[in-house]
Structures are given as structure tokens and as C-alpha cells.
Design a protein around this ligand. Structure first.
Ligand code: KIV
Length: 270
């Protein structure tokens, strides 16, 4: 298996091949995802909710992110590895951001993800200038759930959509090499993928972005009784198709993202 690098993801965008990403927090699932052929693994701070049982991602610590990153990296052969900088470790000071990001890189991450708009682009610049690759996360930002007043669709009004494009450009100009956009109308996902040179990975952002990400527990139907609109239970689909296994769910997800079948209108906002 050839190890994927950020340059491979960029090539995929340039050649119109969709990029697949899933969250993962341990070695067993990382091995399964590698066998299925996932392009990118995100050690997301969503682990605070789906692994630790918190009601938000806010309580997750840097030590916990390091621990889960090490677990995933041990079993990873092919996928490009992105790890979340947790809440409170990067927003207020460049020095703190560099310290936290370097801990994740030492644990085996190949890129760190930070949430925020133009105000956080200065952190993107500081890290990338010092050799730490950055993925910016805009749109619905789970670490800002208390400011946003809940997990709501973002960028529905023209002015807010324009602001998202400005935020994305600020991160790209600051050196970000990947962008995640969460919970926006399909049209905004498409506008971002068109406006940016770097790959744009969507979650609840329609099927016109350069790739897709889902929380693993969500796409296995494990997370909550009422899943968000953009979540599809790929284990159920694989089971119906006679391949009801974790491997079957991962390969079904990869197939549907690569072909552009997922997300369809039923799993998107307009
Ligand atoms: O932490 C996470 O799982 C994420 C995804 C929702 C993109 O940031």
C-alpha cells in the first residue's frame, strides 16, 4: 500500500477525483479503514461525544487527542492522517498553538485541524510557516456551539455565505492545505470548492465539494436515535446489499463518495 500525502489529495482535487475521509479513534478501526481504502483519517475531537459520552467536544484534552492519534497511527498504512487541535489549545496564543500542534505531529499526525474564521487565520499562518500543515474547519464549528446557539445549518443567507468564502480564502492565503466545511447548503459547498485551489472536504455540505467526511459512529448507525439529516447509515445499506459488515459499510461509503452518489439531496441542505 502506498502512503498518501497531502500532494496526493491535491492531485485528486485537480483531477476531479473525490476524496474520502472518516473519523477514527483507535487501531482496530484504522486497520479496517485502511483495508477498505480510505484516503484520509481524521482523529476528530468528536471522540468527546461518540467515545467519551460528553454532550459536546469542549471537554476533550490535548493528552486525549495525542493518545487517540498514537492509537490510529500504529495501525495506519495508507491514509493521510489529520488530527484535531482541541478547544482551548490554539485560539488565544500562537505559542500555545505551536506547542499543542507539535504534540499532535510528534504523535504521528500529518496535519492539524483548527476551527475558526478570519480571526484564526493568523494561527494558520504561524503554524504553516513553522512546518506544521493545517486544515481549517469553517461553517458549523462544534467547538463554538455555545456561540452558534446549537448545531445549525450555516451560510443560508447570502451575506453569511460570502463571509464563509472570505474565511476560507483567508486560511488558504495563510497557508492552509485543506478545508473542512460543515453544515452548509450545497450551493455554498460548491462555491467554496470552486473558489479555492486547495481541497474542500464537506460534511453536510452537499455533493459538489472535493470530498466528504462523516463521523464513523454516525455512518455505522451507532450515534444517536435522531441522526442529523446529512448522516447516512452505510452499515444498513451494506447489510441490505448482502455485505453487512464494518468492512462492507466502509467500502460502500467509499464507493458512493467516489461516484458522487453520496450525499444525495436527501442528505444535503439547499
Ligand atoms: O471532530 C470531528 O469529527 C470533526 C468532523 C465533524 C469533521 O471535526
Amino acid at each position: 500500500m502506498r502512503k498518501l500525502r497531502i500532494t496526493d489529495l491535491q492531485k485528486m482535487k485537480d483531477q476531479g477525483e473525490k476524496i474520502t475521509m472518516l473519523t477514527c479513534y483507535d487501531a482496530t478501526f484504522a486497520k479496517e479503514m485502511n483495508c477498505a481504502g480510505i484516503d484520509t483519517i481524521l482523529i476528530g475531537d468528536s471522540l468527546g461525544m461518540v467515545v467519551q459520552g460528553h454532550t459536546s467536544t469542549l471537554p476533550v484534552t490535548l493528552d486525549e487527542m495525542v493518545y487517540h492519534t498514537e492509537n490510529v497511527v500504529r495501525a495506519n498504512e495508507r491514509a493521510f492522517i489529520v488530527a484535531d487541535l482541541p478547544f482551548g489549545t490554539y485560539e488565544a496564543s500562537k505559542r500555545e498553538a505551536f506547542h499543542a500542534a507539535s504534540e499532535l505531529m510528534k504523535a504521528g499526525a500529518e496535519m492539524v485541524k483548527i476551527e475558526g474564521g478570519v480571526e484564526v487565520a493568523v494561527i494558520t499562518a504561524f503554524l504553516t510557516e513553522r512546518g506544521i500543515p493545517v486544515c481549517a474547519h469553517i461553517g458549523l464549528r462544534p467547538q463554538a456551539v455555545n456561540i452558534m446557539g446549537g448545531y445549525k445549518v450555516q451560510g443560508r443567507e447570502l451575506q453569511m455565505a460570502a463571509q464563509l468564502i472570505e474565511e476560507a480564502r483567508a486560511h488558504q492565503n495563510a497557508g492552509a492545505q485543506l478545508l473542512v466545511v460543515e453544515c452548509v447548503p450545497t450551493e455554498v459547498g460548491e462555491a467554496l470548492a470552486t473558489a479555492l485551489c486547495i481541497p474542500v472536504i464537506g460534511i453536510g455540505a452537499g455533493n459538489m465539494t472535493d470530498g466528504q467526511v462523516l463521523v464513523m459512529h454516525d455512518m455505522l448507525g451507532l450515534s444517536s436515535d435522531v441522526a442529523p439529516k446529512f448522516v447516512k447509515n452505510f452499515l444498513a445499506v451494506a447489510t441490505e446489499a448482502g455485505n453487512g459488515s464494518i468492512h462492507g459499510a466502509f467500502t460502500q461509503y467509499i464507493r458512493e463518495v467516489k461516484s458522487g452518489a453520496f450525499p444525495d439531496e436527501a442528505h444535503s441542505f439547499s
